[in-house]
Design a protein around this ligand. Structure first.
Ligand SMILES: Cc1ncc(COP(=O)(O)O)c(C=O)c1O
Length: 355
């Protein structure tokens, strides 16, 4: 009974009357198919927020990535480099293209493992900024040149500035998933950001029937590839998160920095240091331990670990198996709901036998 009461209280705390009203009006007017004005407005707001010329919405983050790859018109056998921390559905999209794919390990500081790197150049780098961390590409100059295209998967990392630029500006195209508990969520959906007009228009022509800039606008369902339009209502939901994003992200970033400092003080290895760029966040706060931790607030990594088994070549000298064996996460949803004092106390309890 008490649990139910707290559940209702929690729901009421998150209740937003203007969102409720807006959704109901749209549903009553049945204004939720094709490309209503509010979807375009959402894309424009997002583009402005992150300082891009173009933003385009998709049915999922995976779809946004697929469209991004296609829009680069890469030749078959193109050399593609990904990091070992790449989301499975992103890898599957790449495997369906006729590419020559390699992966590179990330170390426990969330930096590239550059031992044994040769001067081989790549046509495409696909880089995920995982669990709220920006991964620096500055030290990859040996394998990237001015022709290398870059796609960032920033599904877990938004609102991160490098100097005065949003981190996504360092890629030709960046995408974020709007699925589930993402910092900006539409339930399902994804968006791309780019300044490249030709890629943007190609994505519209390939995947967005009914878009006002589609060259086949007059043909019903006229597109060149799969239809990957987002459900319009996702734009309303995601715009609500976007409105609150800046303040929430600032607050959460401070809380997470404080948790990392606490982990450091009690001797737990983790990827954060004072030079790290963090923001957005998803899933959990990563750290490394050899110990078995029995707590419902500690989660394990559940993506592919050994990309060699997917016939993807490793560029790193040897696979650091301890990385995935020891990688754990403190549940982000629990962190969001609790105050820092309680979190630190619980962390002390969880780790009291570790050292
Ligand atoms: C880092 C990352 N990339 C890509 C995706 C795929 O996005 P979607 O599920 O919207 O297709 C996800 C999904 O959670 C993700 O976490």
């Amino acid at each position: 009974m008490i649990k139910l009461f707290y559940k209702i209280l929690d729901t009421l705390k998150n209740f937003d009357f203007s969102l409720f009203l807006k959704l109901n009006l749209i549903v009553l007017k049945k204004n939720y198919s094709k490309y209503p004005d509010y979807v375009e407005e959402f894309e424009k707001t997002l583009a402005n927020k992150f300082n891009f010329k173009y933003c385009l919405s998709f049915s999922s983050g995976t779809a946004a990535f697929y469209a991004s790859v296609l829009s680069l018109n890469l030749k078959s056998k193109s050399k593609v480099l990904i990091s070992a921390l790449t989301f499975p559905s992103v890898i599957e999209i790449l495997k369906k293209q006729d590419f020559d794919i390699s992966f590179i390990n990330v170390d426990k500081n969330f930096k590239f493992d550059l031992d044994n790197i040769t001067n081989q150049k790549y046509d495409l780098l696909v880089l995920t900024h995982p669990f709220g961390f920006y991964i620096d590409i500055g030290n990859l100059h040996k394998i990237l040149d001015e022709k290398t295209k870059i796609i960032f998967d920033s599904s877990h990392a938004q609102g991160i500035k490098i100097g005065d630029q949003d981190h996504m500006k360092f890629a030709d195209i960046s995408f974020i998933s709007l699925q589930g508990n993402k910092a900006i969520s539409g339930g399902e959906g994804g968006v791309i950001f780019t300044d490249n007009e030709s890629s943007y228009h190609q994505m519209i022509n390939n995947h967005h029937p009914g878009h006002k800039d589609n060259v086949k606008l007059k043909v019903a369902g006229g597109i060149n590839d799969l239809k990957l339009r987002m459900h319009p209502l996702a734009a309303i939901l995601a715009k609500y998160d976007l409105r609150k994003f800046k303040n929430k992200n600032k607050e959460l970033t401070e809380k997470i920095k404080s948790i990392y400092n606490h982990l450091h003080n009690i001797g737990i290895e983790h990827p954060y240091n004072e030079n790290s760029h963090i923001g957005g966040f998803h899933f959990g706060i990563p750290f490394f331990t050899k110990k078995k931790l029995l707590s419902k607030y500690i989660k394990r990594y559940n993506w592919y670990e050994d990309l060699s088994s997917l016939q993807i070549k490793s560029l790193s000298s040897e696979n650091d198996l301890t990385f995935f064996e020891e990688l754990r996460f403190i549940d982000l949803e629990w962190i969001k709901k609790n105050n820092i004092y309680n979190i630190k106390n619980e962390i002390n309890k969880i780790f009291k036998d570790v050292n």
